[in-house]
Design a protein around this ligand. Structure first.
Ligand code: FBP
Length: 255
């Protein structure tokens, strides 16, 4: 299924906002706690997609930006081997206007088989309804010692391709050369870099994104580095320049 709707010049910047569930309100401040603020930011910042859980989509999504509905999720309150099960049907995602479903697979978890099985079914249902399927593949659990080690990230990328994801969201390895291998392992599945916690400076973050793009990534799905920024719209403009217009970090910073 095509990711076309989320791409411009074959690139995309997706605004992720499921952290309220995944991490809890510790990630949020007096501005970004409000999903309406994020919906405005997604539109004004010219994002190519916005990621919501069902509850936020039902109450705040206004269809100005293509929606990716996260259909599984978990809180950070439960410890141990991670598992995130389906909490929204694909049919409901479609009714809410989603153009893709998002699903996290914790590869390496003792419970990975549950998520692999669920994703397999969900991917088929999404494709039957004309939606793309995007896999967040996060190696995690007792068996995973370093989730950004090049061979682990490449394994995550390949897992996405193997299970039928149209796009796979993976962490950056830290350097262009090793990330290139991960992108190659993803084959025809588009690679989106995962944003991660807020970087010390904007330049630090933009350099990571530039590295991922130079390695062949289609773009990124980012949350905290945008909406925790003191000027989220400025960060959005910089990302648009860097990713969609393919300019340098220095040029992007001048946006
Ligand atoms: P961030 O840019 O804020 O890291 O968002 C990307 C994302 O994949 C979210 O969709 C998700 O909530 C979060 O990261 C998962 O974070 P963690 O790696 O801590 O589980």
């Amino acid at each position: 299924m095509s990711m076309e709707i989320f791409l411009h010049n074959n690139r995309g910047v997706l605004l992720a906002y499921d952290q309220g569930l995944e991490h809890g309100p510790t990630d949020l401040d007096e501005h970004n706690f409000d999903p309406a603020f994020i919906m405005e930011l997604a539109a004004a910042g010219r994002f190519n997609g916005v990621v919501f859980q069902k509850g936020l989509a039902e109450k705040y999504y206004d269809r100005r930006v293509p929606l990716i509905l996260k259909v599984n999720g978990k809180t950070s309150l439960v410890k141990g081997e991670p598992v995130a099960r389906q909490i929204c049907s694909v049919k409901r995602a479609s009714e809410l206007g989603a153009k893709a479903i998002g699903y996290t697979i914790y590869a390496g978890s003792a419970h990975e088989s549950i998520m692999l099985e669920e994703f397999g079914r969900i991917q088929e249902e999404a494709h039957n309804l004309g939606m793309a399927a995007i896999a967040w593949v996060y190696p995690r659990g007792e068996a995973i010692k370093n989730d950004t080690a090049p061979e682990i990230v490449a394994y995550a990328a390949r897992t996405g391709l193997e299970v039928g994801a149209d796009a796979v969201k993976i962490k950056y390895t830290g350097d262009v050369e090793s990330f290139k291998w991960a992108v190659r392992c993803a084959g025809k599945a588009k690679v989106f870099m995962s944003g991660g916690p807020k970087a010390p400076t904007e330049a630090d973050f933009l350099k990571q994104v530039r590295g991922a793009l130079d390695a062949g990534a289609a773009g990124l799905a980012v949350g905290r580095n945008v909406w925790q920024s003191p000027d989220p719209l400025k960060m959005a403009r910089a990302l648009h320049r860097l990713v969609i217009e393919n300019c340098s970090v220095e040029e992007a910073l001048r946006s």
